[in-house]
Design a protein around this ligand. Structure first.
Ligand code: 26Q
Length: 831
């Protein structure tokens, strides 16, 4: 029975006014118990750590939401410019311990859990990773939104809420098995569904011209099959500053009347099936970090992200300013994380011209002043191209708009280079050939006011190579933003002991101003400090040993040099070079050539794209070589090779504090930046690396004497292609020859004849783009310098401290400040 008495209660009472939530251990205990018992309905007999994890997380979520609202009001009150980070991937990892740190709740939670007799670490381990990304590009997006909140910048992340994230990797008989990652199975306490922010996304159909009420010629996109995009928000807290920003992820859902149409036509089953088609769009993350040729579902994903995000921003705009878009570009900026969301260029045109009735030129001005594009790769196979036919079928109106943009752009090119038809063909957004293709990178460049690479070398190569024509046309559009990583997750949170030692030495300002780490440099000469540094790092290694022991049932020698390569498996990243070196060391042991030996544990981890044949072979080779070496009694503790299955964000948090040596050994000119290299450096690992990506800047910061450099330069790689002869190199190098011979004779595949032939063939191929053989000798010599340094533990420790001390540049805070100063130009908003 409704209570009549309250029917006419005060209509506008503020339903959200509440006293602030307490931040002490006792406050947390009260809320924890209420959540555990009342909200989750558990009792003392429930022994699963999962519910305790949920109860604690809900307790923390309440405190996040409190600050979230204040941040939101502050942005609204200031009516300031905003930026939106559009990305198909946000590789967030776990949220709980990061939220504790950023809210300043670390100590209170520890005490509360202790008082409740709960094992905090066990709770934290029961949180699944949010693996909504492949690797570097997705993790970069996650680091960036952390930095934006910490710097109090009004930035929202826009992405997709995949039901299934990055597959979980198991190894069986040395081979990768992919298992689906149903990360939402037990719910997600960190997100809030916002059904009130739902948008209609059109697909298919066709276009038609008509005249509007004012007699203006207009285009309509009709008979479409629509899908809904529903917002799910996750709070993104800054570091102890009251700011909480938003990560808004879209979930695809069927429209009601779509079902109804089918239902009226009498086919109930068809209508339910149609619902599936709609909801499939955000079902799964594509697990390849290079272009998978033209799957329609991927294009649907990209368009859903672009369209929903733009409609969301425009809805907010129209709510306060009506149809006046004159200030839109001054107040909004979209950063495109690679070309994946670059259909946003055409979609913004469509929304402004078709829906909000702006003239083309005005809309184009706005678009070109609003979009900014970041490129993350030079590899031609990773550059996105979509078939014009697919585009016409799926997004007919957007295809028309791209043709129009192209026609006008080519007129501009003609005016600049009259008569240069070769250039017109090169620069056209449409690649002509037996099938016409849309070049998404060119669409992104033409539609943006800023184009950046992610490390100095990479940006230079973009300007001189891949995007040369565009650079000549618009030199000032191009710039560099060297990547960075968040020091909250990648030092303060993952390595609390080292963080505490650093703070004891130089204070705690480094957490939000990582350049402060340079103050550690003098401590490298302090013997007592070195001893403590060594002890802390040794404990981190022990923790890594313990973690691997329970996971792999294998004991690692904590005094060995921990030599680590974790990243996606790719030929250009050259895990093969690493394996060749391991085989070389194995040979030396077998020959008794072990004078001044340094015990070494080589740890390799990473996922192969499910369709990447060679990458899967490389995983198999690593596991087979490991199997032989680790079971050979002659080898013992001198050498171990371990493949760590299911490498992911939460694994890196345990791995990087315990690494001595960081392997960054890509063929020069191929790795855009790398970001794992930065995490290792911050945690005091030394780098062995080529002059590639951000390695170059790492070496510049730390000095050549604290970096193990090897390999051809990018120029040398380019000029060697003419006359590369790997077989000749093998024949001239007895040790390399023996390594290849051991591979060829089947020593690592005794009962699996021929399985590594494709690998051997690729190494010996004069066309091998990765030139692994060319860098072998130089790599081995650099590894000898590593061993010399490691044998002198005082020297190694000094170098380790100096690496951490020089890592300040690689904070994502520095990167984001550069994005903001040079591209976004947002105010910092105190909350
Ligand atoms: C494209 C089309 C269809 C399906 C998948 C894709 C796709 C998905 C992911 C293409 C590329 C990616 C990811 C690329 C990536 O992670 N690049 C890395 O970005 C890092 C951050 O800038 C750099 O540090 C790395 O050097 C770069 O390899």
């Amino acid at each position: 029975m409704p209570n009549r008495h309250f029917k006419h209660s005060k209509p506008k009472c503020d339903l959200t006014q509440l006293p602030s939530l307490g931040m002490g251990a006792d406050d947390l205990i009260m809320d924890f118990k209420r959540n555990y018992s009342h909200r989750l309905g558990r009792d003392e007999y429930c022994r699963s750590p999962h519910y305790a994890y949920e109860a604690l997380s809900l307790t923390i979520t309440d405190r996040l939401i409190e600050r979230w609202k204040k941040s939101f009001s502050a942005y609204k009150a200031q009516d300031c410019k905003r930026a939106y980070y559009l990305s198909m991937e946000f590789l967030m990892g776990r949220t709980l311990s990061n939220a504790m740190l950023n809210l300043g709740l670390d100590d209170a939670v520890k005490k509360a859990m202790y008082d409740l007799g709960l094992d905090l670490e066990e709770l934290q381990e029961s949180e699944p990773d949010a693996g909504l990304g492949n690797g570097g590009l997705g993790r970069l997006a996650a680091c960036f939104i952390d930095s934006c909140a910490t710097l109090q910048l009004p930035v929202t992340g826009y992405g997709l809420r995949y039901e299934y994230g990055m597959f979980s990797q198991a190894i069986s008989k040395g081979e990768q098995i992919e298992n689906p990652d149903h990360w939402l199975r037990n719910g997600n306490v960190w997100e809030i569904e916002r059904a009130e922010r739902t948008y209609r996304i059109k697909f298919g159909g066709h276009t038609e011209r008509h005249r509007d009420d004012n007699g203006k010629e207009k285009t309509r996109w009709v008979e479409t099959h629509d899908v809904l995009a529903i917002a799910y928000d996750t709070p993104v807290p800054g570091y102890q500053n009251g700011t909480v920003n938003t990560l808004r992820l879209w979930k695809a859902s069927a429209t009601e009347e779509f079902d109804l149409q089918e239902f009226n036509a009498g086919d109930y089953a068809e209508s339910v099936a149609a619902k599936n088609t709609a909801e499939n769009i955000t079902m799964v993350l594509y697990p390849n970090d290079a272009n998978e040729n033209g799957k329609a579902l991927r294009l649907r994903q990209q368009y859903l992200l672009a369209s929903a995000s733009l409609q969301d921003v425009i809805a907010l705009w129209v709510a306060t300013r009506g149809n006046d878009f004159s200030e839109f570009a001054a107040k909004n900026c979209f950063q495109l994380n690679d070309t994946h969301p670059s259909i946003a260029v055409a979609e913004l045109m469509r929304l402004l011209v078709d829906k909000h009735n702006l003239p083309w030129d005005e809309a184009w001005q706005i678009t070109r002043q609003t979009m900014a594009y970041t490129n993350h790769t030079l590899l031609p196979e990773a550059l996105e191209r979509w078939s014009v036919n697919l585009f016409k079928q799926l997004l007919p109106r957007l295809m028309e708009i791209i043709f129009e943009i192209n026609a006008r752009f080519l007129a501009e090119v003609s005016a600049h280079w009259p008569g240069d038809s070769a250039r017109l063909r090169r620069m056209s957004l449409i690649e002509e050939g037996h099938e016409q293709m849309v070049r998404m990178a060119y669409l992104a460049i033409v539609g943006s006011f800023s184009v950046n690479g992610v490390a100095a070398l990479h940006s230079k190569l973009l300007q001189q190579g891949l995007f040369r024509d565009f650079y000549e046309l618009w030199p000032t559009k191009f710039n560099n933003k060297t990547n960075g990583v968040t020091p909250r997750r990648w030092l303060a949170n993952c390595n609390p002991d080292l963080a505490a030692l650093i703070t004891e030495a130089i204070g705690d300002d480094w957490v939000t101003d990582l350049s402060q780490l340079h103050k550690l440099a003098p401590f490298a000469d302090d013997k007592k400090f070195r001893k403590r540094w060594r002890e802390v790092r040794q404990r981190a290694k022990q923790r890594l040993v313990d973690y691997k022991k329970q996971e792999l049932l294998m004991d690692l020698n904590v005094n060995a040099l921990f030599d680590v390569q974790v990243k996606r498996i790719h030929e250009y990243k050259r895990q093969l070079l690493n394996v060749l070196h391991v085989i070389y060391l194995y040979q030396r042991i077998k020959q008794g050539d072990t004078q001044n030996w340094v015990d070494r544990c080589v740890l390799i981890g990473g996922k192969a794209a499910p369709g990447y044949y060679m990458a899967k072979k490389i995983i198999k080779l690593i596991n087979n070589v490991a199997n032989v070496i680790n079971h050979d009694p002659d080898v013992g503790n001198k050498l171990k090779l371990v493949f760590m299955p299911n490498y992911r964000v939460s694994a890196m948090e345990k791995i990087c504090p315990g690494a001595d040596l960081s392997e960054q050994i890509s063929t020069a000119g191929k790795e855009a930046s790398g970001t794992g290299n930065m995490k290792f450096m911050m945690n005091g690992a030394l780098t062995i690396g080529t002059l590639d990506g951000a390695n170059i800047e790492i070496r510049e910061e730390v000095g050549d004497e604290n970096f193990f450099l090897f390999g051809l330069t990018e120029d040398q790689v380019e000029s060697l292609h003419q006359h590369y002869d790997p077989v000749a190199i093998i024949n001239q190098d007895e040790e390399l020859k023996a390594v290849i011979a051991l591979l060829e004779c089947g020593h690592f595949n005794q009962f699996e004849p021929g399985i590594f032939d494709p690998i051997i063939a690729s190494l010996k191929n004069p066309q091998d783009p990765w030139m692994t053989i060319a860098d072998f000798r130089s790599f081995v010599e650099a590894q000898k310098r590593v061993e010399m340094a490691y044998q002198d533990q005082e020297r190694w420790t000094r170098m380790s401290i100096l690496n951490t001390a020089a890592s300040g540049k690689f904070s994502a805070d520095r990167t984001i400040n550069e994005y903001n100063d040079e591209i976004w130009k947002l105010p910092k908003v105190k909350v």
